[in-house]
Design a protein around this ligand. Structure first.
Ligand code: GDP
Ligand code: IMO
Ligand code: MG
Length: 446
């Protein structure tokens, strides 16, 4: 039974939440492996609407097992708030959420440091979500971080002291006052008690479940261009948002990962700072933002918008070994006369097709565009590839050709039930039950 990884192929917000929610009935468990509550994954079906940040999108399917892996950074207070919201909305969580004891904790001081640093950077700010993600991963790599299991350790006081010895002076330097060790220890103890029911030996459990023939769906957060190694550094997040993270962030070895579904928006968006070669200033960008409702799920910030960038998508197809693509938000392009796809960058006198590692080159790259005619009719809610306008099918084919992977799913609206599921052999390799199974879940009454 396949274990499949869902990965964002751009700068995040590709629609991963929607795709994971659609696919997860075919799997036994849904696993987050990196990031924290910087993520905002929207799931809609019928008239229901959920925004998930730390909890896997599988939680909306009764009985589905949900796991937070060791590669994540968890701010317990935000987790409790999210869980209460789910319970208030009638979602039963008890008994089906497992949190790795090895996951790292976001302390209040990490959040303060994230915000203070961004203020100090002024015009060079990364544009972080201010959730303390960078400082928490920094503490992990610097070996002064606290893991979930440490919150209930006898040596908690000393661990907090060591952490604050590093962070305290940085906060002081930036003019921010913070809680002392005593207060921080009290917060940690409260968190420990409330986290306790969810803690598990996740690394063992996941491998045991695979041994028993179960299938796991790995839910990526952020996107490959925000990956610490493979993204547009330093305008990235601090985790491994590409496929490698699914192994290091869970304890499931790469040899047990069977395939990768890459999620690609039919155009490009980015929140925060950093280079974005196909960004559209003014009218056209505004139109995409409005039609696509491109405002952050986590921070509410307007997302920067631009044309589809095949240089980016080819890079992330390769880095992740993407087997098939879920192409989202095709309907947002419905009204356009002409649609552009960037196929390469002009740099100086030459055209390159690979993604430059240099920030300066990315900032000055001039996109080379292939122009396609728009279809100028609605695709909202389309369920069959054959029913898409011919020009929309031609656009999908152009994406496949430029990126080098088949488009297996086409999202035609924000809701679970608004998705084209194509009858391709790769779907059966990635998802138990194949295309017919996904369609059955898609069409089930909600
Ligand atoms: P994620 O972070 O990758 O899960 O994506 P987000 O949920 O942050 O952002 C995607 C946004 O697009 C959400 O508001 C979704 O409801 C919406 N969305 C997803 N797929 C489609 C689609 O095919 N069409 C339209 N119009 N909206 C979509
Ligand atoms: P999902 O999972 C889009 C961006 C921030 C900023 C950079 C670093 O919903 O796709 P961080 O707070 O992580 O240190 O910020 O990364 N960013 C996201 N952009 N979608 C996300 O998550 C993001 N998570 C972080 O805007 O540019
Ligand atoms: Mg998002």
């Amino acid at each position: 039974m396949p274990n499949t990884v869902v990965i964002g192929m751009q700068w995040g917000d590709e629609g991963k939440g929607k795709i994971v929610d659609l696919l997860c009935p075919a799997f036994d468990a849904v696993v987050r492996f990196q990031g924290g509550n910087n993520a905002g994954h929207t799931v809609k079906f019928g008239d229901r609407h959920f925004a998930l940040h730390l909890v896997p999108s599988g939680v909306l399917h009764p009985g589905k097992k949900c796991v937070l892996g060791n590669g994540m950074v968890i701010h317990p207070a935000s987790l409790f708030e999210e869980l209460s919201g789910l319970v208030a909305a009638g979602v039963e969580v008890e008994g089906r959420l497992w949190i790795s004891r090895r996951a790292h904790v976001i302390l209040p001081q990490h959040i303060e440091l994230d915000a203070a640093r961004e203020r100090a950077r002024g015009g060079d700010a990364i544009g972080t979500t201010a959730r303390g993600i960078g400082p928490a991963y920094e503490a992990k790599a610097g070996r002064y971080g606290l893991r979930v299991r440490d919150l209930s350790a006898h040596g908690l006081e000393r661990l907090v002291e060591v952490a604050l010895e590093v962070i305290g002076p940085q906060l002081e330097h930036l003019g921010t006052e913070t809680a002392g060790p005593g207060e921080t220890v009290a917060i940690c103890r409260d968190w420990a008690a409330r986290l306790d029911p969810y803690l598990g030996d996740v690394e063992e459990l996941l491998n045991d479940w695979i041994d028993a023939g179960e299938s796991l769906l790995f839910e990526g957060a952020q996107g490959t261009l925000l990956d610490l190694d493979h993204g547009t550094y330093p305008y990235v997040t601090s985790s491994s948002a590409s496929v490698g993270g699914a192994a290091t962030g869970t304890g499931v070895p790469p040899s047990r990962l069977d395939g990768v579904l890459g999620v690609l928006k039919a155009y490009t968006t980015r929140v925060g700072g950093g280079p974005f070669p196909t960004e559209l200033a003014g009218g056209a960008g505004e139109l995409l933002r409005e039609r696509g409702n491109e405002f952050g799920t986590t921070t509410g910030r307007p997302r920067r918008c631009g044309w589809f960038d095949a240089v980016v998508a080819r890079h992330t197809r390769r880095i992740n070994g993407v087997d098939a693509i879920a192409l989202t938000k095709l309907d947002v392009l419905d009204d356009l006369d002409e649609i552009l796809v960037c196929t390469g960058y002009r740099l100086g006198g030459r055209v390159v097709r690979g993604l430059p590692s240099s920030l300066e080159e990315l900032a000055t790259a001039e996109p080379v565009y292939r122009r396609l005619p728009g279809w100028r009719e609605t695709t909202v809610g389309t369920l069959d590839h054959d029913r898409l306008p011919a020009r929309a099918r031609a656009y999908v084919a152009a994406v496949e050709e430029e990126v080098g992977a088949p488009v297996a799913l086409i999202s035609s609206g924000p809701r679970r039930e608004e998705t084209v599921v194509r009858e391709l052999p790769v779907v059966g390799r990635l998802v138990p039950g194949g295309a017919a199974g996904i369609r059955a879940h898609r069409d089930a009454a909600v």
